[in-house]
Design a protein around this ligand. Structure first.
Ligand code: ZN
Length: 141
């Protein structure tokens, strides 16, 4: 499998970078202004990449409509215009950093995209135009 297909989508959400198991002072020290309990917003951009074989009949790696639908159902609908810490599990317990939001998106998409001849290859999440993370589901070594 060597063809990589990427779809980009946007959603707006607010969050507080804080860990509920730490004190407010500890969270302020760790996350600075991002720990302000009243929250702040981002226009997130997510790029989802699948790897697959190009079907010789359709000439496609994957049905683009299905990819859009899965992304909509699993990520955009549940997260767009939400206060992540209060409205989207697991961010009531886990700090919604860029890293953790990307991981959650991966976990939501993986079981719906992996199938014979296709696998979720990468989730890229931009929190700002200058900051993004890539998650590929590979452990650190
Ligand atoms: Zn933020």
């Amino acid at each position: 499998m060597a063809m990589f297909l990427t779809r980009r989508a946007e959603f707006s959400a607010s969050h507080v970078c804080s860990n509920p198991s730490l004190s407010e002072a500890e969270n302020q020290a760790l996350y600075g202004l991002a720990a302000n309990p009243h929250g702040h917003g981002h226009n997130y951009v997510v790029e989802v990449t699948v790897e697959g074989e190009t079907d010789p009949v359709t000439g496609m790696v994957f049905d683009l409509r299905e990819l859009k639908q899965v992304l909509n159902d699993q990520v955009i609908e549940p997260m767009d215009h939400r206060f992540l810490n209060r409205e989207v599990a697991p961010f009531d317990r886990v700090p919604p950093t860029t890293e953790n939001v990307a991981l959650e998106i991966w976990n939501r998409l993986k079981p719906r995209l992996d199938r014979p001849g296709l696998r979720l290859a990468n989730v890229r999440l931009y929190e700002t135009p200058d900051l993004y993370v890539d998650y590929r589901g590979e452990p650190c070594s």
